[in-house]
Structures are given as structure tokens and as C-alpha cells.
Design a protein around this ligand. Structure first.
Ligand SMILES: [Zn+2]
Length: 161
């Protein structure tokens, strides 16, 4: 009985989540634990009840925040996101864009989460694809001192020009 009621509640949450809101609003939504649906403020990353208007936490106008930043700037900002999968998407996208402006923040991201080997490996892959620059050399030199042995080893395999 109790179990049944729980299940009924869960499916109601899912239905509400799937049916209301435009496609644009839906994209801002992140499904956590298969149950709770909500948005994140693009500026402070706190969970917020809706994707538009002012963030109740930091007060930022969320649409204006997005509109005043380039796609690359937003990707770089997302490297500080608390969710690993959001950071991972940004790392992959930044690697494809090969924008030198992201190099230092990519390097810092690898040190902020020293135990996340998969993330740091993706950061090395992103850096490897970037054209040669002093920023790239500095980032690789720094990562050669990463606390994880696997990462130091991977940096050693990156061709240096
Ligand atoms: Zn906020």
C-alpha cells in the first residue's frame, strides 16, 4: 500500500516534468536521480524553480546573463559547475573549439577535482588538440605535476613541439 502510493507520486512528478514547458525551457532542465526536475542558474549554478527571470539566490537576470556572454565564455564558466557531467560536456565542447582562451581554466579544472581521472584525461585530450602556444605549454607543464599518476603519465605522451 505504502509502496504503491510512493510509486503513484513518482509517476505524477515525472508527468508534470515531461508535459509542461516549451522545448527551450526543457533544455534547461536537468533530471536528477530520475525524479526531481529543475533548472540551474547559469551564473551561480544553484537550483532554481524556473529558467527565466532573476535567480532567487544571486539575483542575476538569467536571460541577460546568458545574452551578454559568448558561447565559449559560457562553456568556460561551466567548468566550475558542481555536476561532473555538465563539466564534462564543456570540456569536450571546448576541446572541439580549440580556443586558447579556455586553456588556463581547463588546467585549473583538472586540479580542482584531482580524483576525477576521467575528467582530467578529457582535459588533456582537449589541450592536445589545441594549436601550440605558450599557454598550452604552461598548462601541460602544470599538469605534468598532477597528483594522479595516470594523468602525469598521459601528459608525458602528449607530443611537444
Ligand atoms: Zn544564481
Amino acid at each position: 500500500m505504502e509502496g504503491y502510493r510512493k510509486q503513484a507520486n513518482q509517476s505524477r512528478v515525472k508527468e508534470t516534468g515531461d508535459n509542461n514547458g516549451s522545448k527551450e525551457r526543457f533544455e534547461g532542465r536537468i533530471q536528477e536521480a530520475g525524479l526531481t526536475l529543475h533548472f540551474f542558474c547559469p551564473a551561480c549554478f544553484r537550483g532554481v524553480p524556473r529558467a527565466h527571470g532573476n535567480c532567487p539566490d544571486c539575483g542575476e537576470d538569467m536571460d541577460a546573463w546568458n545574452a551578454s556572454r559568448s558561447y565559449t565564455e559560457r562553456l568556460i564558466h561551466a567548468l566550475a559547475h558542481p555536476l561532473a557531467e555538465v563539466r564534462m560536456r564543456s570540456i569536450i565542447a571546448l576541446g572541439k573549439r580549440k580556443d586558447e582562451a579556455s586553456i588556463t581554466m581547463l588546467e585549473r579544472c583538472a586540479f580542482r577535482h584531482p580524483a576525477d581521472i576521467i575528467q582530467a584525461m578529457e582535459i588533456i585530450r582537449a589541450l592536445e588538440n589545441m594549436p601550440s602556444s605558450s599557454a598550452k605549454t604552461q598548462a601541460l607543464d602544470a599538469l605534468a605535476e598532477h597528483p594522479a599518476h595516470a594523468i602525469r603519465k598521459a601528459v608525458g605522451r602528449v607530443p611537444r613541439k
